[in-house]
Design a protein around this ligand. Sequence first.
Ligand code: GTP
Ligand code: MG
Length: 762
Amino acid sequence: MSPQPPPKSVTPTYLRERIKGAHAKIKDFIGKKGKDRLRSLGPQWLKRFAQLSHQCKDHPEVAISLVGDTGAGKSTLLNALIGVRVLPVSNMRACTAAICEVAYGEGPYRARVEFVSRASWTAEINHLLGDYRDATSGRDDDRGDSPVELERAVRNKLWAVYKPSDDADPARFDPLHRTEPPEITRALDAGATEFENADLDSFRKQVAQYLDSKHRFWPIVKAVSVRGDFAPLADGAKVIDLPGLNDPNEAREAVTRAHLKTCKFVWIVFNIKRALTKQLANLMQSEDFFRQVVMDGRSNALTFVGTAADDVDLESGIEEFGLREDAGLFEVIRARNREVGKVVFAQLDDLSLKLASLAGEDRQTATVLGKKLHASQVLTVSAREYMRLAGLARTHEAGMTDPVHTQIPALREHMREICKSYGIQAHCAAVNKQVDLLFAEISQEVRSQEAALRNQAEMGERQRKELGAAAAAAQGFLDQKLKETQERLVQDLAASHELLAERIKRAVERARHDLDLTLQRWERIHWSTLRAVCRRGGVYVGSTGRNDFPADLSKPILDGIAFAWSDFFGDKLAQVLEKWTQALLYQANEFRGRVKESLSKKADLPENVLRGLGSIFESGEKILREHLEQTKLAMTARIEKDQRSLYESVPGQVKANMQAAFRAAAEEEGAGMKQRVVEILSEEAHKIARVMFDDAREALLGGLRGLNDWLAREFQKMTAAVRQSGQLAAQNLVTGGEQVTAEFLTAQQVRLTQLHDLLASL
Ligand SMILES: Nc1nc2c(ncn2[C@@H]2O[C@H](COP(=O)(O)OP(=O)(O)OP(=O)(O)O)[C@@H](O)[C@H]2O)c(=O)[nH]1
Ligand SMILES: [Mg+2]
């Protein structure tokens, strides 16, 4: 009963046609010839056809986030990767100022620009003006973001949006008296804009209007999405150019964070020339990024891309890498590329040790993490040379002669590989498998009905009763086993939860203990920065870096549970699920064995009955395996989502608890203000420390309990599927009772044979 062999790669069009055709034929059959049981099952099947058809329309995107310092070469890399110069790049300044995601789309180049809301922009202006007043108040008695820097930052950002024209004089700009340019008003009122262009050069210029820091829009741009006929992205890759984690706009920072949470892959981009990998070290340590990598379960899914591989000096390179005197430029490049890999891994080892020590774990734990990280791909590329060799840019030669040397083709291949498992092809293959499953289920139902009819014709009342009793006994036994399995799963989940809960408790204690250290650090911050932080509810990014007070307070908790967290989500849950899913399959098998054994003891049983049952058992097992696999996939997806999002509740709770203190501190004025701000924060933090950290712990534990309950419910569905599979198999043995005529049986069998043939033709 296998369906026609699909083409080697299942295309969306093939799949749509297949589902549409099957849906129509089965609907027609049931409508015209279906009786009783078929009619009653019909709606269920048709509903599933509709769902599958709907799934065909989803085009999954495999999101890859590029993260890296400004100037690392992210935009140039993205251009090289897609083979089209679509994003603006700059030699001189931080260039890409807004998030841009690029994916495949047929037709002309298209872009959609989303702006921040008017409310968000107004709030930001108010914060900026607050900073500005502080900075120009004439008081400067402290360290940190000096008022001069603060004033410059405010002026720059407001100037970008409110400058009357590109050649206007910034010195004459008064941030307190701004006139909103009409295009900004239009943008904020509209909320978004879209445009398309078949001409690449014009399109690039249009896009640059919103992305490039030299134009006026960037401070109000939330994200830009670009679509085009970019062949390397045709299998569903979506590459996101993230302009750095330290984005001061709240709405945009939220978008960046969302991308980092939901994207399938993170590529860390760094310039290998600049103190080799100093940029990489900065990024990995910034903002507890490394800890996030571990907690999010990405330790084996990172890619490191070193850029500007062409940028080497021949002579010093020969010396540094111990090459022959007459070595060529390309040999130097290759030697350095090898060196980069070593340095990256050495840094990752250091970071693992550091995190393990913060978490109170032993060296062995760090080594295990280090090993996982060593599986990461490290590629050193020259996007610039690739663009030149491909005739896409007219930069001066740096010595590479073949695009392969630039490693951009290797990076594309890497992208293609990762898309294989998650891209459009993979999605179509998965939906196609579900279509097969549905056919198999319908077909099994038909076979089961045929067998039941045969049994009615061939078995007497006594035999049926005996068989019914045997099947019921096996079913009762199965039910009992399933109940036990469900209980054992719940116990196992609870035990894993206990381990993590213990770590959480310990980490919360440490956070309480470390509170004074955190407060002492805040005390050393410049007063104007402190106020900027409080004004923004606890988070402010200034010229001296990022200040995130809720993150500071939460740090000991998150550091403390990092390993236990990734262990729980990454290994424990997967093991528990695997173990008990296997147990279900084992019990289903036991059930089948039991029924077969009791039948074999009945000497007068017609051969046909046994054969029919055997074939139903066989297909039943296949269907059941597939069902369990599907449910497990859904469970794994939910686990991954919760792994990445649940722990965010810790800074979230802390932030909520500290809001009143931040507000009060932001209102302080006059002489001795800094001291009072520090006192307010300190007093309030001490006062609410218990509640705040307890709330954070409860939020975490509550989330974990929610996940466990959900998993238990999903598992219950698995046990129900096993039970149902058993019932269906036993059914054909026991159906009957009422006397039916030979004509009726023949007519029924003809109909079922027709449906059988129909399914085979789909
Ligand atoms: N030599 C060399 N220079 C490169 C390469 N890739 C990028 N660059 C240069 O590095 C500078 C910065 O590149 P961008 O692509 O704008 O960097 P970015 O990471 O997008 O920077 P932001 O947009 O500011 O975050 C530009 O001058 C590029 O020409 C490369 O492979 N080789
Ligand atoms: Mg850029």
